[in-house]
Design a protein around this ligand. Structure first.
Ligand SMILES: [Zn+2]
Length: 191
C-alpha cells in the first residue's frame, strides 16, 4: 500500500517551500493550528500523485469530522471510495506512558522509548549518532492539551465511521510487531 502520512507531507512541503508548505509554516511558527484548507490541500496533492491502481493508507488524517467530510468529497472526485477506517485502541494510562517516554532523533527522526526501546547510549541515536530528545509536544504539559483536543475533535470520528459501516477496531496493546500483525489481518480481510 502507498503510505500517505500528513506529518511527512507537512515536513516535506515546508522543507521544499511549496505554496502550501509556506502557508503551513506561517501557522506553525505562530504556534497556531494549521487550518483544514491547508491540510486538505496537501492530501489532495498527495492523492493526485498516487498510482491509479494501487491501494493507499492515510496516516494521521482525518483528525476531525470536518476533515473526514472533506476527504469524502476528495475521494469521490477521484472515484476511489474509502475501504475502511481503523481505530487502534489503547487505554489512556498506557497512552500516557508511551507519550512521556517517547524520544526522537533530531538527526534522522528515528523513534525511541525510555522503557520499551531505549537507544544503546542514552541521548545518542543508534543509527546516525545524532542527539535523541523529547519532542516539545510530548512533554507532560502539552500532552494534557493534546488528549483534550483528541477527545473533543478526533474521538467523534469513531461514530462517524461506525455509522458508515467502515470502522474496524484493532487492539493496540503489546509489542509493535503484534500490533502490526493485527493491522495486517484487519487490512487484508475482506469487508
Ligand atoms: Zn538518528
Amino acid at each position: 500500500m502507498q503510505h500517505i502520512s500528513t506529518g511527512d507531507l507537512f515536513r516535506d512541503a515546508m522543507k521544499q517551500q511549496t505554496p502550501l508548505g509556506v502557508e503551513a509554516k506561517r501557522f506553525v511558527d505562530a504556534g497556531q493550528l494549521v487550518p483544514d484548507s491547508v491540510t486538505v490541500g496537501m492530501v489532495r496533492e498527495a492523492l493526485a500523485r498516487l498510482s491509479p491502481s494501487g491501494e493507499f493508507i492515510l496516516d494521521g488524517f482525518p483528525r476531525t469530522v470536518a476533515q473526514a467530510t472533506a476527504l469524502e468529497s476528495l475521494l469521490s472526485e477521484i472515484g476511489r471510495p474509502l475501504g475502511r477506517a481503523v481505530f487502534i485502541e489503547v487505554p489512556r494510562e498506557e497512552l500516557l506512558g508511551r507519550l512521556t517516554g517517547r524520544r526522537v532523533c533530531t538527526g534522522c527522526g528515528a523513534v525511541y522509548h525510555l522503557q520499551s526501546k531505549p537507544s544503546k547510549v542514552a541521548g545518542v541515536c543508534d543509527l546516525c549518532g545524532g542527539t535523541v530528545v523529547q519532542r516539545k509536544d510530548d512533554s507532560q504539559a502539552v500532552i494534557g492539551t493534546r488528549l483534550t483536543a483528541y477527545d473533543q475533535s478526533t474521538a467523534p470520528l469513531k461514530d462517524h465511521y461506525a455509522k458508515q459501516g467502515l470502522l474496524k477496531v484493532v487492539d493496540g496493546l503489546g509489542e509493535a510487531s503484534d500490533v502490526f500483525a493485527r493491522m495486517q489481518t484487519c487490512l487484508l480481510e475482506s469487508r
